[in-house]
Design a protein around this ligand. Structure first.
Ligand SMILES: [Zn+2]
Length: 345
């Protein structure tokens, strides 16, 4: 009884439950059990989940990226290994010391926040007129932005459970989100490998921004080539789907929401000379996606993106309005924000 109440009702006070992560929650067995609890009616089986985990994991994706790099750019990135520890950052990066010491870092925080981001925003856009879903999705998205992305807390068991309650066994949204998530993983890995590739051929850039744009371009090229190859294969053998082709753009918009939330809640402005702003990166990515040399079906992807934008815009409007009315005062943790700010400088 209390369970079904929790499932359909998330008062603002329950924001407390979502907060205070801190421990690593990555546990495949637990994850499978948790998902099955909410998805048993959707036809999803434990076996499928296990199969999925074998097909989709960071190591596997890095192999695919290296394979495509070899084929498209003649660079195999053999020395590059993965690092996946929890370092309280949603950013990925590559550590380049010399030819032998290279690792790509994809934080555990990245995994939980980006997957949750896609789940929530697609659920919201799908059931935009359902007030309960609307309210829950706003609250959860705010949690992903504030506690997870800005303050660096990893979602705990309770918040993962809450996420699945909001999903309410929706298999369609789960598929859309996971497809977009793995597309972003490939994009991020390829972006980092691109930096290593530039170093290997001694390519010099006039400034750091130019290099970032170029790394994005190479990464997106690889993503789109994988999508085109996959669209010729049967569903079983596809790695990513054509409808996820704008996932890298949505990923940049995740950062845009992150910085926007930081500005509204903490008056923080992002200042950087080395990295382009998400908006600039988005423009460049669109230009690539629209290039005629990539020929695949974009209709479903455009439809998904239009829905994404509805929820995206709504979040921005609501956030500002609630802040102005003082409704967000209790979730603002200025002290913690300042500690993190100092560390970043
Ligand atoms: Zn970069």
């Amino acid at each position: 009884m209390s369970d079904s109440k929790a499932r359909f009702f998330l008062p603002p006070d329950d924001y407390e439950i979502l907060r205070f992560g801190g421990e690593s929650v990555k546990d495949e067995e637990k994850g499978i059990k948790r998902i099955m609890k909410y998805y048993h009616d959707s036809g999803l089986t434990e076996e499928q989940l296990r199969e999925n985990n074998k097909k989709y994991n960071l190591e596997q994706m890095l192999q695919i990226v290296k394979e495509y790099f070899g084929r498209e750019y003649g660079y195999r990135g053999e020395g590059i290994v993965l690092s996946n520890r929890y370092q309280r950052s949603v950013n990925s990066y590559i550590f380049l010391e010399d030819e032998r010491e290279q690792f790509v870092h994809i934080d555990e925080l990245f995994e939980s926040s980006i997957m949750a981001f896609f789940l929530i925003i697609f659920k919201w856009s799908k059931e935009f007129d359902n007030l309960e879903v609307y309210g829950n999705c706003f609250t959860y998205l705010l949690f992903i932005m504030n506690d997870v992305s800005i303050l660096g807390d990893i979602p705990n068991e309770k918040s993962n459970e809450m996420l699945l309650q909001i999903m309410d066994g929706d298999a369609q949204v789960m598929n859309l989100a996971s497809s977009c998530y793995w597309t972003v993983v490939i994009f991020s890995l390829a972006h980092e490998v691109a930096h290593s590739y530039f170093a290997s051929i001694g390519k010099k850039f006039p400034n750091r921004k130019k290099e970032e744009f170029k790394a994005d371009a190479v990464a997106y090229d690889i993503v789109l080539k994988i999508i085109i190859d996959c669209s010729r294969k049967g569903e079983e053998n596809r790695i990513i789907e054509d409808y996820a082709y704008l996932a890298p753009v949505m990923y940049m918009q995740y950062f845009d929401l992150f910085y926007y939330t930081d500005r509204v809640l903490y008056n923080r402005m992002i200042r950087t000379n080395t990295h382009p702003l998400p908006k600039e990166r988005i423009c460049h990515l669109f230009a690539i996606a629209n290039d005629d040399k990539y020929d695949f079906d974009t209709e479903n992807g455009n439809h998904l993106y239009a829905g994404f934008l509805d929820a995206y815009d709504e979040y921005r409007t609501q956030l500002l309005m609630k802040k102005e009315r003082g409704k967000l005062d209790k979730i603002i943790r200025t002290e913690k924000r300042e500690q993190r700010g100092r560390k970043d400088e």
